[in-house]
Design a binder for this molecule. Structure first.
Ligand code: HEM
Ligand SMILES: *[C@@H]1O[C@H](CO)[C@@H](O)[C@H](O)[C@H]1NC(C)=O
Ligand SMILES: *[C@@H]1O[C@H](CO)[C@@H](O)[C@H](O)[C@H]1NC(C)=O
Ligand SMILES: *[C@@H]1O[C@H](CO)[C@@H](O)[C@H](O)[C@H]1NC(C)=O
Ligand SMILES: *[C@@H]1O[C@H](CO)[C@@H](O)[C@H](O)[C@H]1NC(C)=O
Length: 332
């Protein structure tokens, strides 16, 4: 201890702490699970009940809602930009290549918004609804539960080009890593969040390049041969690219760690899935093996990574707005 410092905090330290608090505010770190505790205390239960109800007629909806939050957060940040419909001034993200005829669940989000507005008018953002719907979906499908940081506000713009740059199933591992790094997410986040492919469906067109002529007229060598045969019969050459396939052939609608054991048996559906383990020298491989060996370690990491993803550039304070209709900027 230097002679000048005493046991009481120096003014310089107070200033430093103050500056750090300011920086955290600026970076949006003030999202809080209790954000609506006085203005809409029951919001989580309301979201969960509409999600559960939707599942009654749509076994796939848990997966679809989880993916919606991902496709929102990676474009501009978690600001519900993906929900905006096309107008003369908005180029909607809904028709971007990764989303068009692929992302679904918009009607369920509308139903959630209606139920939430009934209980707490003008208070809860569409961006927070997406984060809450993802958590409810994962948990209702058998996955973990976590407390969702809240307080995001809704954006007033969309980015078609940003949506066209979402991670693609044909991306190399290096490309996936750079797209995750660009939004502040790590290798561990990439592996844990890819584990969301433990439920839901993918069209033949997202992986059929692996089945017939991946390289030199041969299929992808990292595909299990019996799985290859199954996929070829579902996705014949010249057939419809729109046929749906389970992302997780072992337990298609359950949120568990089978995605990772599938990768160990070379049963990853997308090239971007199998690359996490099969790319030679992949830095992600040990994490895949660890999640394959321990569902609880996957669940803990997945929850943390969903919080990390949900923290991508949120609008807070007086930025943005609380949309009254998730599909439209207020007053438009
Ligand atoms: C790592 C990069 C990723 C790539 C390249 C990727 C790619 C894809 C593709 C191509 C599909 C099928 C779409 C279709 O055929 O219509 C899909 C589905 C899905 N993705 Fe991803 N994804 C990635 C990461 C994620 C993340 C981070 C999440 C969520 C945390 C996620 C959740 C899902 C879910 C749940 C489905 C099924 C949706 C449904 O059935 O409606 N994905 N993904
Ligand atoms: C909270 O919402 C759920 C689902 O809509 C409902 O069943 C429950 O009665 C609500 N609780 C309160 C205290 O309003
Ligand atoms: C989106 O899909 C529809 C078919 O449902 C197609 O008519 C339209 O051209 C597509 N939009 C874009 C921008 O590719
Ligand atoms: C496979 O693809 C290559 C290059 O994309 C092409 O030159 C070749 O003709 C294709 N082979 C078959 C059997 O389709
Ligand atoms: C292919 O899948 C089967 C069934 O899951 C598994 O027993 C076998 O080990 C897998 N082969 C490879 C090379 O991973």
């Amino acid at each position: 201890m230097t002679p000048s410092s005493s046991s009481s905090t120096s003014p310089l330290a107070v200033l430093a702490i103050f500056m750090m608090a300011l920086l955290l505010r600026e970076s949006g770190a003030q999202l809080s699970p209790t954000f609506y505790s006085s203005t809409c205390p029951n919001v989580s239960a309301i979201v969960r009940s509409v999600v559960l109800q939707a599942h009654g007629s749509d076994a796939r909806i848990y997966a679809s809602l989880t993916r919606l939050h991902f496709h929102d957060c990676f474009v501009i940040g978690c600001d519900a930009s993906i929900l905006l419909d096309e107008t003369s001034t908005i180029m909607s993200e809904k028709t971007a290549i990764p989303n068009n005829n692929s992302v679904r669940g918009y009607d369920v989000v509308d139903n959630i918004k209606t139920a939430v507005e009934m209980a707490c008018p003008g208070v809860v953002s569409c961006a927070d609804i997406l984060a809450l719907a993802a958590e409810a979906s994962v948990n209702l499908a058998g996955g973990p539960s976590w407390s969702v940081p809240l307080g995001r506000r809704d954006g007033t713009t969309a980015s078609r080009s940003g949506a066209n740059n979402l991670p693609a199933p044909f991306d190399t591992l290096a490309n996936l890593q750079s797209k995750f790094t660009a939004v502040g997410l790590s290798d561990t986040d990439l592996v844990a969040l890819s584990g969301a492919h433990t439920f839901g469906r993918a069209k033949c067109s997202t992986f059929s390049n692996r089945l017939y002529n991946f390289s030199n007229g041969n299929p992808d060598p990292s595909l299990n041969s019996s799985y290859l045969a199954t996929l070829r019969s579902s996705c014949p050459q010249g057939g419809s690219g729109d046929t749906l396939n389970n992302l997780d052939p072992a337990t298609p609608d359950t949120f568990d760690n089978k995605y990772f054991t599938n990768l160990q048996s070379h049963r990853g559906l997308l090239q971007s899935d199998q690359e996490l383990l099969s790319t030679s020298g992949a830095s992600t491989a040990p994490t895949v093996n660890s999640f394959a060996g321990s569902q609880s370690s996957f669940f803990t990491s997945f929850s943390a990574s969903m919080v990390n993803m949900g923290n991508i550039k949120p609008l807070t304070g007086s930025s943005g707005q609380i949309r009254s209709n998730c599909r439209k900027v207020n007053g438009s």
